[in-house]
Ligand binder design. Sequence first.
Ligand SMILES: O=C(O)CCC(=O)C(=O)O
Length: 322
Amino acid sequence: MLGLPEPNACQTCVKPWSLPELKAFLPLWRVPGSGPYTACPPHFGEPSLAATPEPAADSPAVLTELERAAWKHDGFFVRPAIFEPDETARLRDAAESVARAADAALPVSEEQYVIDGNEYVEAVIAEQAATVQLEHQPGSRTVRVIEPVHPLHPAFGALVDDPRLTVPMRGLIGSDAVAIFTDKMNLKRPREGSRFEWHQDSPYWTHFCDHTDQLPNVMIALDDAHEGNGCFRVIRGSHTRGPLPGREGDGVLGPLFTRPDQFDEADAVLAEVPAGSAVFFSPHTVHGSKPNRSDEPRRALVLTYQPAGLRMFKVDRVRNAG
Ligand SMILES: O=C(O)CCC(=O)C(=O)O
């Protein structure tokens, strides 16, 4: 278990961190059972670190050296509360509006199917096709995931083009221009929201495209997220070996869940972040979440970007961004 005796020092090399470094390096991330910590990948402390410039105030989306280092070594970084409270409130309103539209669309959908006991519906919502996953309790009609979601509400459409997302995505993808690959709305309703088992996203996409290395994700927290309401979790450093073997003999979806002997759950990091925060994570990062056992919702959007000009996942359309 990791832990920091000094909250303002690197846990491995004990180098004290300056306040800008601390702020840049995810003070909100926690390892289960420990206090706040700052992870320090081995090459932190190289000469460039001390000189790492903070992003200029007028270009908050440029990647810092610390973020690049975290991306390389950890497979994720977080930007706490990049959306103002009123912006996040508007996104929550949009989420509920789309969820109501999905509720209305479900009974008239002609394509419903069950995989490993979980129900899926191909629905037309706001005149757009979307896949809806229902909650896992037998008979539940509660919407769990909607994909893709940005065509279903103008606020989500605008989010795709938001420079707070597109500029870092350009840096992560290494391309001057980016497009959306897919995007989802994950609703974890109070007491009902089910877990997401440990998985990587890249194995879902390998049969569809050959650029899975260039599909970074960003999760936008619409609610304050914590362990109790089933916050997002990642396995630090799990992206470095690319797509990992999945579980065998465990239903249709088993191969898409990462085999437990391929990672160490002790490396799990909780994304306990305030609403409006953005968690950027690699398509190869093993991630998941526990059920929501609390009385609070845990709603989130997950957007996946790719180089511009490429078509969306399962949709015969190109949606360039920014
Ligand atoms: O929202 C979560 O808790 C997990 C989401 C996830 O794993 C996914 O969308 O691939």
